[in-house]
Write a protein that binds this ligand. Structure first.
Ligand code: HEC
Length: 214
């Protein structure tokens, strides 16, 4: 190839490339070509919308007479009749007890789950901005779990905060199963008790095995 031919081939290439890419930033009026539409654009009935297909003209169908919601199993897809277990409420207020027996296994489970789900923000001991997230986020206050207000929460209210979130704290209902949310609530209470206690409350034999001076 001589110089002229090379120049010619080069220029043609450049022209073709610019023609293919077009002028960037030019808005197109037509929608993009949708090669495989699948069921991306379907008409469906919106909530409260009418629909002439049905004799009563209602899009949303009423429940079939005699329909009964079934089962109250401990998973979030079933009817959650038990207000204590699922909403942390009992006797018209926040529940002050767990819906299950408090055992060492429950607290161990709560500790483990707390350290997975809560520790990144609240820190392992629940101090103000105790976790790495508020440190990195800056300007985002994660309150201590040991203030008067936090200590005054009934355990059912702690369960509610974990389930539904509070202000800027997100909800953990979809990530943490019901029983684990209770275990964490119980563990938070344990953290609070151990934070606000003195060495005098530790039984002598335990203090000795731990080599804690009294
Ligand atoms: C993504 C960070 C984040 C995670 C994870 C998180 N929290 Fe929080 N939490 C917050 C923030 C922020 C607040 C303060 C919300 C507000 O009132 O503005 C808060 C508030 C609270 C409060 C109420 C404190 C008060 O001052 O009234 C409790 C109790 C609490 N969290 C417990 C938990 C528990 C238990 C977990 C684990 C299941 C958890 N949090 C997970 C960020 C977090």
């Amino acid at each position: 190839m001589n110089r002229m031919t090379r120049l010619f081939v080069g220029l043609t290439g450049l022209l073709a490339a610019s023609a293919l890419t077009g002028c960037r930033g030019t808005p197109f009026a037509d929608p993009p070509i949708h090669l495989n539409p699948n069921m991306d654009n379907v008409t469906y009935i919106q909530g409260q919308e009418g629909n002439p297909h049905f004799a009563d003209g209602r899009g949303m169908r009423p429940q079939v007479t005699g329909t009964v919601a079934h089962s109250a199993q401990a998973d979030d897809n079933h009817l959650q009749e038990d207000g204590h277990t699922y909403r942390g409420k009992a006797g018209g207020g926040w529940a002050t007890t767990l819906p299950m027996p408090l055992t060492e296994e429950v607290l161990d489970r709560g500790e483990e789950r707390y350290n997975i789900y809560c520790q990144p923000c609240h820190g392992q001991t629940g101090l103000e901005n105790g976790g790495i997230v508020p440190v990195r986020a800056g300007n985002w206050l994660v309150p201590s779990l040991h203030g008067d207000r936090q200590r005054s929460y009934a355990v059912g209210q702690l369960f509610d905060i974990i389930s539904n979130g509070i202000n800027t704290m997100p909800s953990y209902r979809s990530q943490i199963p019901t029983e684990d949310r209770w275990a964490i609530a119980a563990y938070v209470r344990t953290l609070q008790l151990s934070h606000a206690t003195t060495i005098e409350t530790v039984p002598a034999d335990v203090a000795k095995t731990q080599q804690w001076a009294k």
